[in-house]
Design a protein around this ligand. Structure first.
Ligand SMILES: Cc1ncc(COP(=O)(O)O)c(C=O)c1O
Length: 387
């Protein structure tokens, strides 16, 4: 059977060019503990610092502002820890947008269990938080932490968050941004954004799974997130995932080249738009979620009437196309997407939605194959499930 067409890059991306090669020496000959005092260990430490510079470069940060973690979920939980550990929960609120990934919702829930009030920031039908909504919640709740996603993993919708740092800081709150879906798709200047912490995950941009990074604007007075041997400049104890860090460094270099390739990003958005147009024309009543908002160029999520994703996805797989309903982390629950319902979809509409997330290079032949498979499968299903 031919290799399936993998269109689920927001769930996880394959290793990028040169990433595995950069990691191999650190799994073989250069196996030394980077905390060692002998030459070969110091070389490993130097390689880690090189990877830190690459990650910092990708987001315009200073290397000391980057700490390595095990991924996006850990980075987010670490940010919540830094913001909230020194606070008393008395009358303090945590505000998260209604379209957050489960990593952020989970962190908020954990702190709710410790006495913090958790409030939601509503989005409009285009998936964006209006500035006025933020201003109102800041005034009403006087939160201690606001956490917002930059590019949504399901719809690809990009929040208009420039200028929010001033508002949030003026209200006396900290700000965490989940930028897990940004690298390689969206240029990001972390210091200019003004967020206190920004979370990243390597496996979304060509590094292996189990490695991520946390940008910190300035050191907090909270004790280390993981207390141990003082690694990561005291921010995260535990012997480093050396090969993962080296792979992340290489993937960050690739991601920077990708976001600097303006023509490549425009081409990718064009390819996504063509795919959407083909599906919208072929599937009566279909529509694109968040189409009125700016979106990352590789992502589309479509409502396909009469096509519950748990039936559509296996049909597509049989036709050689691997896609998803929405967030991979929520897929096991088979519940309709909370992100789409926050944008005003009914549970039925949310359940009949398909996310397609493309690689950076998506050739026209693959696009036609994907569009034809989706149109055929959706029309077949719609006959059996008339709306
Ligand atoms: C927007 C977003 N945030 C956080 C995460 C969690 O990242 P990780 O899988 O590295 O823990 C993901 C992964 O799906 C994501 O898409």
């Amino acid at each position: 059977m031919a290799t399936p067409l993998y269109l689920d890059h927001n769930a996880t991306a394959p290793l990028g060019p040169g990433v595995l090669q950069s990691m191999l020496p650190f799994l073989e000959q250069q196996h030394f503990n980077p905390s060692g005092d002998y030459g070969p260990a110091l070389e490993v430490r130097a390689a880690i610092e090189g990877a830190r510079r690459e990650m910092a470069n990708l987001v315009g940060a200073a290397p000391r502002q980057i700490a390595f973690t095990s991924g996006g979920t850990e980075s987010t939980h670490a940010a919540f820890h830094y913001a909230l550990d020194v606070e008393s929960p008395q009358d303090r609120a945590v505000v998260v947008s209604a379209v957050e990934h489960s990593a952020t919702k989970g962190a908020a829930k954990a702190w709710q269990g410790r006495g913090f009030e958790v409030c939601s920031l509503d989005v409009n039908t285009s998936g964006q938080v209006a500035k006025e909504t933020l201003e109102r919640v800041l005034a009403d709740k006087r939160p201690t932490l606001v956490s917002t996603i930059l590019a949504n993993n399901e719809t690809g919708v990009i929040q208009h968050i420039h200028g929010w740092a001033e508002l949030i800081h003026a209200a006396g709150a900290h700000w965490h941004v989940d930028a897990v879906q940004a690298p390689g798709k969206l240029a990001l200047d972390a210091p200019a954004l003004g967020a206190d912490w920004i979370s990243f995950s390597g496996h979304k941009f060509g590094a292996p799974k189990g490695i991520g990074a946390l940008f910190t604007r300035k050191d907090s007075s909270s004790p280390s997130w993981l207390v141990g041997g003082g690694q990561e400049h005291g921010k995260r104890g535990g012997t480093e995932n050396v090969a993962g860090i080296i792979g992340l460094g290489r993937a960050a270099k690739n991601a920077l080249e990708q976001v600097q390739d303006r023509a490549g990003l425009i081409e990718l958005a064009h390819s996504r738009d063509e795919l959407e147009a083909h599906i919208l024309e072929g599937v009566p009543g279909s529509r694109v979620h968040g189409s009125q908002s700016p979106r990352v160029p590789n992502t589309t999520q479509l409502f396909l009437p009469g096509c519950p994703s748990e039936i559509l996805l296996p049909l597509l797989e049989a036709k050689g196309v691997l896609a998803s309903a929405g967030s991979a982390c929520d897929a096991t629950h088979h519940a309709p997407s909370e992100v789409l319902m926050a944008m005003g979809c009914t549970p039925e509409e949310a359940a009949c939605s398909l996310r397609i997330s493309l690689p950076f290079h998506f050739d026209p032949e693959a696009r036609t194959q994907a569009a034809c498979a989706i149109v055929e499968a959706a029309n077949l299903l719609a006959v059996h499930n008339p709306q």
